[in-house]
Write a protein that binds this ligand. Structure first.
Ligand SMILES: NC(=O)C1=CN([C@@H]2O[C@H](COP(=O)(O)OP(=O)(O)OC[C@H]3O[C@@H](n4cnc5c(N)ncnc54)[C@H](O)[C@@H]3O)[C@@H](O)[C@H]2O)C=CC1
Ligand SMILES: O=C(O)[C@H]1O[C@H](OP(=O)(O)OP(=O)(O)OC[C@H]2O[C@@H](n3ccc(=O)[nH]c3=O)[C@H](O)[C@@H]2O)[C@H](O)[C@@H](O)[C@@H]1O
Length: 463
């Protein structure tokens, strides 16, 4: 099928590349010319395991193109994905201006022939109808321009074009760092629409994936396709992220109680996670959830509830537990070192999770800010940030090029991101380079015994 994906961030680029890989004819559009230039040269603007290889192969096979020309993209695609960002506004609500610009642009360029317009971006509930309205506005604006220029686009023609598109909500559930894997091995595909025609085109689009043709385990039963109305599909996305974030806040709260009563949250998590009603995933206690989506999506859902006269107490509590948890490492440093002014702390990891270069709403940022406020010198080593030299506008932190330089002269280390590389560092050597070999394991990631054998005092979260 002919597909156009508009917006080449994590979601758009991974969607476009994976759809090309399974045989569709894809054009990816972005209004950032620099990005388009980079992608045309075969380079991925984001770090995502496996993505570059698939991207280069699909481009070589002629199934994947990049452009900044929206009109060309709209003309090409039978299915048009909107995958631009929906960042949070200071109020917590979602900033939909990029979706609006794209929807208007689609309308202004819609041509003959049926099109499915897909909301892949995470958008506030009710956005399906809103996108339809904006696309219609775009069509009308074009009509005005054409009429002004002596063209002849009649009202009937506008109605005809309008009748020839449907809007589908198709929320995305991929995780950064395993985005390609998640795309080929989804737990479900959610499609929200009231149009049978649009739904059947979307089902056909995803058939190779739902039939597990590209799955790690092709013998699994087909991927469930959940077909709903548009509002419910949009709500599924928010509810899923809000549930996962709340689950992490729950285990973090349990961890804080464990710290006080002398229990070990890692053992508790295993003990409760084996209950199939609870499940073992997303029970890793630590310094809290971050990233580009959990914080913004939970806030947006709280905001939506508020708009409709409902106070979302539980979600607000999940956020407030998380805000406190973000600084738990600083509390632990104070317990260990007492006065932090004039001390040097080294952060192992900066990104909000491993296998990504994304620093959006990373807990490291709060830790750096708070330590700076307390007069502490902060250094950091991150496998990706240190290597790529990408500083992401980081201030108040010296980015070191290797773990031993990081340890040199530190009063304590804090493991911020659970990068696999951190399991095999030479901790004995690092301990010798430090003023005081203290390690706060903000992700309960390391083997306490091995770290202690290396000469460190080990402090976990809730263990
Ligand atoms: N990052 C993630 O892991 C996930 C994100 N989502 C949702 O997907 C959406 C996209 O998120 P990301 O990929 O992280 O976004 P992003 O912020 O990384 O990328 C957005 C891209 O859209 C482009 N763009 C903005 N306006 C444009 C326009 N008018 N025309 C063409 N391109 C335009 C930007 O240049 C940028 O390349 C958001 O709604 C997010 O909540 C959903 C699931 C996972
Ligand atoms: O909407 C989105 O953008 C995506 O948000 C999350 O994906 P992502 O943010 O990439 O990363 P996660 O693996 O979910 O981790 C989020 C945060 O929670 C933290 N986390 C995760 C799991 C856990 O047990 N404990 C924990 O503290 C991570 O360190 C990270 O800071 C969801 O998992 C995806 O399904 C969703 O598509």
């Amino acid at each position: 099928m002919r597909v156009c994906v508009i917006g080449t961030g994590y979601v758009g680029l991974v969607t476009g590349v994976c759809l090309a890989h399974i045989g569709h004819d894809v054009i990816c559009i972005d209004n950032n010319e620099e990005k388009v230039k980079l992608m045309k040269s075969g380079q991925s603007p984001i770090f995502e395991p496996g993505l570059s290889e698939l991207m280069q192969a699909a481009a070589k096979d002629g199934r994947l193109e990049f452009s900044s020309d929206l009109a060309a993209g709209v003309n090409h695609g039978e299915i048009l994905f909107i995958a631009v960002g929906t960042p949070p506004l200071p109020t917590g609500e979602s900033d939909t201006r990029y979706v609006e610009a794209v929807a208007r642009g689609i309308g202004a360029n819609l041509n003959d022939g049926y099109k499915v317009i897909v909301n892949k971006s995470t958008v506030p509930i009710g956005s399906g109808d809103w996108v339809r309205m904006i696309v219609m506005d775009g069509i009308k604006e074009r009509q005005k321009v054409l009429v002004g220029a002596g063209g002849v686009v009649s009202d009937e023609e506008v109605e005809k074009i309008a009748a020839e598109f449907d809007v589908v909500s198709n929320p995305e559930f991929l995780r950064e760092g395993s985005a390609v894997y998640d795309t080929f091995n989804p737990d479900r595909i959610v499609l929200g629409s009231n149009s049978e025609k649009a739904l059947s085109m979307m089902e056909a689009l995803y058939t190779p994936i739902t039939q597990r043709k590209y799955a790690e385990d092709p013998s699994l039963p087909p991927v469930p396709v959940v077909k709903t109305d548009i509002n419910s599909a949009e709500m599924i996305k928010y509810a899923a992220n809000a549930f996962l974030a709340t689950k992490i806040s729950f285990i973090n709260e349990v961890a804080n109680i464990c710290d006080r009563v002398g229990a070990d949250v890692t053992q508790v998590a295993r003990g409760i996670g084996l209950d199939s009603r609870i499940g073992s995933k997303f029970l890793q206690a630590g310094i809290g959830w971050g990233g580009s989506c959990f914080p913004k999506d939970v806030s947006a859902l709280i905001h939506t509830a508020d708009d409709y006269g409902y106070e979302a107490h539980l979600l607000k509590a999940a956020v407030s537990v998380n805000q406190r948890q973000r600084l738990i490492a600083v509390e632990k440093l104070q317990q260990e070192l007492k006065i932090l002014k004039g001390k040097t702390v080294g952060l192992l990891g900066l990104t909000f999770k491993p296998d990504t270069d994304d620093m959006r709403d990373a807990p490291a940022l709060n830790i750096i800010e708070q330590l700076n406020r307390l007069g502490t010198k902060v250094k950091a080593y991150d496998p990706l940030v240190s290597q790529t030299g990408l500083r992401h506008g980081l201030t108040g932190v010296i980015v070191e090029t290797d773990p031993e330089r990081l340890a040199d002269g530190c009063d304590a280390l804090v493991l911020v991101t659970d990068w696999a590389q951190f399991l095999t560092l030479d901790y004995a050597k690092m301990a010798k380079l430090m003023h005081s070999p203290i390690l706060i394991d903000g992700r309960n990631f390391l083997d306490r015994k091995a770290i202690e054998a290396g000469g460190f005092r080990y402090v976990g979260v809730g263990r």
